[in-house]
Design a protein around this ligand. Structure first.
Ligand code: NAD
Ligand code: IPM
Ligand code: MN
Length: 351
């Protein structure tokens, strides 16, 4: 019986995770869900945003389903020493699980082009996979400081770190359209020069059937919304991937439609890419689709249950057609949307 650790977290995290857990129970009744604390709430209750008890629970987990962490800009959590802040709990979780490859799919389902602010002809058929490096770069480098009127951070990568995430991108591309775009800032940064060199060398050595090209991150920030169909798989470093993936959420129409899977050598971590949305937390109006689709990715990548994952994806697409949430210009609240997904799961597929 697979064990899933759920970490609802802060803000809308508990609302969307409850919806995803309900869907998981429906399509995989044999899984055990065990809830634990993470983020600001975990700090308040246990003095640690990633408490030991949560850490221990990961030992025999098959996968982890995460909500969101963090408070509003003026939250007292943001005045804590950095290592005690909610976001540090999330980063420590990613590190503890060794999840170095963060897969962030950007898909416009047929019939859902109207949810995108882009012209329908631009949104139609978009299917991009952003592979974001998740354990390195400027996020984790210990060479960092703020002191008086000066501060610095360091972006550093090594060849093994670049190769292991690039490999994931090449594998993914082999199952897709065979094209990888590596995104960097090699015209300015040495760290990008290494990134580009290593990704190209790996392609030339081991993935000759993949079409690889390199683009600059500033240009990609424009092209990904101006001409999204040009991309198949994008692979990039941690910070660039963070920024580009929120930008890419514009294509399907909302951050509430962006799930993710973080994979390494152990249990995977599955989470929506959006934050805790303090502006709407507690109101019952958050879009749970990204969390539900993350549960779908958990079924596919974490438990190897593609059939159940397909059922979830199809149900979400149906629910989006009939009951769009407010972030998508509709009227459905979290409950109504989740109900619609559960109903669609019970409806036999047509064709
Ligand atoms: P955010 O993603 O929380 O919100 C940005 C905007 O999108 C807000 O207007 C919000 O209401 C809306 N939004 C996000 N998700 C939504 C959903 N599912 N349904 C409807 N609307 C949604 O970003 P932010 O405001 O910059 O950050 C808020 C907090 O979340 C911060 O503390 C930040 O550090 C944290 N954060 C956490 C994660 C995570 O846990 N993985 C990710 C990003 C940000
Ligand atoms: C994300 C978030 C996190 C990140 C923060 C909350 C640490 O923005 O998952 O995209 O930057 O990785
Ligand atoms: Mn982000």
């Amino acid at each position: 019986m697979p064990k899933i650790v759920t970490l609802p977290g802060d803000g809308i995290g508990p609302e969307v995770t409850a919806a995803a857990a309900e869907v998981l129970r429906e399509v995989a009744p044999d899984v055990t869900l065990e809830e634990h604390a993470i983020g600001g709430g975990a700090f308040d209750a246990h003095g640690d945003p990633f408490p030991q008890r949560t850490r221990d629970a990961l030992q025999d987990a098959d996968a982890v389903l995460l909500g969101t962490v963090g408070g509003a800009h003026d939250s007292a959590w943001n005045r804590l020493p950095r290592q005690l802040r909610p976001e540090s709990g999330l980063l420590a979780l990613r590190r503890a699980l060794g999840c170095y490859a963060n897969l962030r799919p950007v898909r416009v389902q047929p019939g859902l082009e109207h949810l995108s602010p882009l012209k329908p002809e631009l949104a139609r058929g978009v299917d991009i996979l952003i592979v974001r490096e998740l354990l390195g770069g400027i996020y984790f480098d210990g060479d960092r400081e703020i002191s008086g009127s000066a501060a610095y951070n360091t972006m550093r990568y090594t060849t093994p770190e670049v190769e292991r995430v690039a490999r994931r991108a090449f594998w993914a591309a082999e199952q897709r359209r065979g094209r990888v775009t590596s995104v960097d800032k090699a015209n300015v940064l040495e760290v990008s020069e290494l990134w580009r060199r290593d990704v190209q060398a790996l392609r030339d050595r081991e993935y000759r059937s993949i079409h690889l090209n390199h683009e600059y991150v500033d240009s990609v920030a424009m092209l990904i919304v101006a001409d999204p169909s040009r991309y198949d798989v994008i692979v990039t470093e941690n910070l660039f991937g963070d920024i580009l993936s929120d930008l890419a959420a514009v294509i399907p129409g909302s951050l509430g439609l962006m799930p993710s899977a973080s994979l390494g050598d152990g249990p995977g971590l599955f989470e929506p890419i959006h934050g805790s949305a303090p502006d709407i937390a507690g109101k019952g109006v958050a879009n749970p689709a990204a969390a539900i689709m993350s549960a779908g990715m958990l079924l596919r990548h974490g438990l190897g249950r593609s059939d159940a994952a397909n059922v979830v994806d199809r149900a979400v697409a149906l629910a989006l057609r009939q009951h769009p949430t407010r972030d998508l210009g509709g009227r459905a609240d979290t409950r109504t949307f989740t109900r619609a997904v559960l109903d669609a799961i019970g409806t036999p597929a047509v064709g």
